[in-house]
Ligand binder design. Structure first.
Ligand SMILES: Cc1cc2nc3c(=O)[nH]c(=O)nc-3n(C[C@H](O)[C@H](O)[C@H](O)COP(=O)(O)OP(=O)(O)OC[C@H]3O[C@@H](n4cnc5c(N)ncnc54)[C@H](O)[C@@H]3O)c2cc1C
Length: 550
């Protein structure tokens, strides 16, 4: 009988076993600490069950399949009649069903659409972070559905009608009018060919009609096109306005959403992103005419938060894969993980992931507390764009470095690394690209200078004992008070988010980790690559043990 791994010419040895059938929560000490520190300690058992489920080998394989077989547009049926239907691989639907069952699409809302009480945001973020480690494409409709509720709040009647369908746990992919479905998902359409950031340039028009509006125009990017309805922006007589556009009209006929084609994307391949034309598409107004941007920004703030959580999750999986491999792969008679230079690279990456995780979880805590605490509301407002900026931006380079730790194995498609790597750049680009996030931080400070400065002072106080904290807050101050804050805003926003990460680590992790993070990220100049931070052998061992127990 043939023995697995034995060829006629050689035997397979010195390859790392798959990182699978693991509990993504139990293996992640920083995650457990962040959950505890941010008020969700009682979730630990349920999070461990979630971590086991999502870390199972079959989930990882399903994620591979969902991305290897991207969705296909079926614009017409055999008779040439429009269908405007997108067909997904069954694995994609399985992930949607899993995330629905775990309520990732709605757990931060009560059944009436009001905000769920703390620690709803933190508990969901811990799950979203783990789900993001496994399959991120399907999280696009999941995040848009949960975020849409914030925009719909402008129309209580719509919330009352839709909430029972949004809140349902049974994922229902059947393509039929939303009132006939067990559950629904929601998407958004803002970006047009001539402008995504500057939505004031939208040319799509909305004309008042008998029971709503008729919308004509296009969207250049509209993801998750099989959503049951979309929050879209269009020019109404009173200015740019938000609308809810369902896939079917009230008489059950197909609404005038004509899917032109699906984007051929770098990553995010399990998810569909469409180009779409609206031809007299029926829609309902959400919020007042002329207040579209303000209305839809309620939704965007939450999708930005999810971009950062998902990017932190992608980094975590890349780091875990790298450490796992380095512990099993022997080079020059010693496991890679015991070689000082590889240790330096791994520990530097582990610190980066610690900071990103602490940062997003503390931000979720601010969202949890915002309703009853104006200072936390101001923290959430100021830091959301800063956190999205930093966490989403560092993910691609960290994932690449982790890929290199696996050598050539990290570069081939049987491995998860190429998928993680391709997935990473979408989060910094969509829902406000890097520069736009920096401008948004400046806007928050301009609009509410005193409160924003109080938040920055809070962060400086929380991190006061940490190296570099004072210098960081002075730099932020100097940029804000300079005559040209916009030109220097990337540096200031990066410092702001790093200061917030140090402060978050100070309150959630062991003091040595916060100290080490601040020393290497705020206190000293770092090189352009991982492994250039000055970290001792003892500190390295402690950081790696926390990152992934042996
Ligand atoms: C996979 C994917 C899915 C998407 N899904 C959706 C979706 O479902 N719905 C939707 O509406 N959109 C979606 N988008 C579109 C996305 O939100 C936009 O691409 C993004 O907002 C940027 O807009 P833009 O492409 O028009 O670029 P532009 O607005 O032209 O921006 C180009 C660059 O200029 C920078 N910039 C903009 N303004 C300034 C300024 N004042 N100063 C300095 N720099 C500036 C930006 O940071 C960016 O780097 C998706 C995009 C991708 C890649």
């Amino acid at each position: 009988m043939a023995i697995a791994g034995r060829f006629d010419t050689h035997e397979v040895t010195n390859q790392s076993p798959p990182f699978a059938d693991v509990d993504l929560f139990a293996l992640d000490a920083p995650l457990q600490e962040a959950v505890r520190a941010n008020g969700a300690a009682e979730e630990a058992k349920a999070l461990s069950a979630f971590g086991q489920r999502w870390g199972a080998a079959d989930m990882l394989d399903l994620a591979r399949r969902a991305n290897a077989h991207p969705p296909e547009l079926k614009a017409f049926d055999a008779s040439g009649v429009r269908r405007d239907f997108v067909e997904f691989h069954p694995a994609y639907h399985l992930f949607m069903a899993e995330s629905f069952a775990a309520r990732l699409h709605v757990s931060t809302w009560r059944p009436d659409g009001s905000a769920a009480s703390a620690p709803a945001q933190v508990a969901r973020a811990a799950r979203f972070y783990m789900a993001g480690q496994v399959e991120t494409g399907h999280l696009c409709p999941i995040t848009m559905t949960r975020a849409a509720v914030a925009a719909l709040a402008a129309e209580p009647q719509l919330v009352a009608a839709l909430m029972p369908k949004i809140a349902a746990r049974d994922y229902d992919p059947v393509f039929r009018p939303w009132p006939q479905k067990k559950s629904i998902t929601l998407g958004m359409g803002m970006t047009e060919k001539q402008g995504g950031t500057d939505v004031r340039t939208n040319t799509t028009r909305a004309v008042p009609a008998a029971h709503g509006y008729m919308i004509t125009g296009h969207k250049w990017f509209m993801s998750a096109p099989m959503s049951d309805a979309f929050l879209v922006l269009a020019q109404a007589p009173g200015g740019l306005t938000a609308f809810l556009m369902p896939r079917f009209r009230p008489d059950d006929s197909l609404n005038g959403l004509r899917l032109q084609r699906l984007k051929d994307k770098l990553g995010n391949r399990s998810n569909a992103s469409s180009e779409v034309e609206f031809t007299d598409a029926y829609a309902l107004r959400v919020g007042e005419e002329g207040r579209g941007v303000r209305t839809i920004l309620q939704m965007v703030q939450l999708t930005r938060l999810d971009c950062a959580i998902a990017s932190a999750g992608l980094m975590r999986m890349a780091l875990a894969q790298a450490i796992h491999h380095a512990r099993h792969r022997v080079v020059f008679d010693k496991p890679l993980a015991e070689q000082p230079l590889m240790q330096a690279v791994l520990a530097d990456m582990a610190l980066e992931v610690e900071g990103a995780l602490a940062l997003v979880m503390r931000l979720c805590r601010a969202f949890d507390l915002a309703a009853g605490d104006p200072r936390e509301a101001a923290r959430a407002r100021l830091l959301t764009p800063a956190v999205k900026y930093l966490v989403c931006k560092i993910a691609p380079s960290l994932i690449y470095e982790a890929m290199e730790c696996l050598g050539g194995n990290g570069y081939v498609e049987e491995n998860i690394m190429p998928r993680l790597y391709r997935e990473a750049p979408v989060n910094p680009i969509w829902e406000g690209s890097g520069n736009v996030m920096c401008l948004d931080v400046l806007r928050a400070i301009e609009r509410d200078g005193e409160t924003s400065r109080a938040v920055i002072a809070d962060l400086a106080n929380e991190a006061a004992d940490l190296p570099g904290a004072r210098a960081a807050s002075e730099l932020i101050d100097a940029v804000l008070s300079s005559g040209e804050p916009e030109r220097q805003s990337r540096g200031a926003v990066e410092r702001l988010a790093t200061l917030a990460a140090a402060a978050a680590l100070g309150s959630s992790g062991p003091s040595q980790v916060a100290e080490l993070f601040a020393r290497t990220r705020l206190g000293a100049a770092r090189g352009a690559t991982y492994g250039t931070s000055k970290v001792s052998a003892v500190e390295t061992a402690a950081v790696l043990k926390r990152a992934l127990p042996e």
